[in-house]
Design a protein around this ligand. Sequence first.
Ligand code: CUA
Length: 349
Amino acid sequence: LLTAAIGLVLSAVGILIGLWIDWFPAQGSTQADDIDTLWDVLVICSVPIFVGVTAVVLFCAREFRQKPGEEHLDGPPIHGNTKLEVVWTAIPALMLVTLCGYAAVVLSNIEEAPASGQENRVAVTGEQFTWTFEYTGADGTKFSTNQLYVEQGKSVRFDVRSKDVIHDFWVPEWRMKIDAVPGITTNYRVTPTKTGIYPVVCAELCGLGHAFMRQSAHVLPPEKYAAWMQRMTERQTAGAAPAADGAGGQTASADGKAVFTQGVGATGATACGACHALADAGTSGATGPNLDEALAGQDAAAIKASIVDPNAKITDGFGEGIMPANYAETLTPAELDALVRYIADATKK
Ligand code: CUA
């Protein structure tokens, strides 16, 4: 009786701890509430079972242990109890089927497409050790970013791919999470409810840089999102047009030195100078090679190759993946060309 009482008290304490403590980050999507409620129900069902089974095991170990003088005794033969066995099979089976049904309903709710059929789409690509987000503007213009931008209150569908190993695309506040598997495209959708900046996390051990595979998700109100979309599309077409009509890719907007020292805020491309020292730019970053030494006398094509495929010249594996492999993708062609020209000039001196 005492054991049963202790078991009941522990169950109650367990459930309270499970439900009262705020284990999760704030809910940031319409999917989050369903998922958190499912968690609560599972806690309520599983804590008493765990505590109950443990209590019975401990009780039996104490009550029916072999006492001094019983070394040669054997217990009475037992022939089973059909009624009891039916009961302890039927109850868990019933619970399991019920929970499965409930979980299936939750799954179908959170995966459902919006009734209007209107939703944004973002192609997400994982690689060691960075995420790239690709958007298609209303006019079909494509552009990539290093930071995720989504619209508050509108469903967004992510098509998730991987270039190398298995990663996992996760924004904890949205609760949804899915593997990025090489060779196939996986997807999920969320409707973000809160504006702000949230972490994008890789949730699958994918190599030495796994822990650093973290970026940001920016949830913008609809008007700001539309303005951002417009700016990014214009930026892309403004950068690409001069190259297409043979003007040499030289545009007023692309300043190689500015990209080097400040990066590109719109896509989250970091400043080269944050990691690389270059005398002409006055930067002293020491994370990557000193470019006055590493690129001295190299021609524009070689410099461009080092930016487009930063890991190509690393032969000992040391430092691999530190410079984002998608760096060049977050620049417009004009910005990339301007950056290459600038570095070529600066390292020639
Ligand atoms: Cu990518 Cu862990």
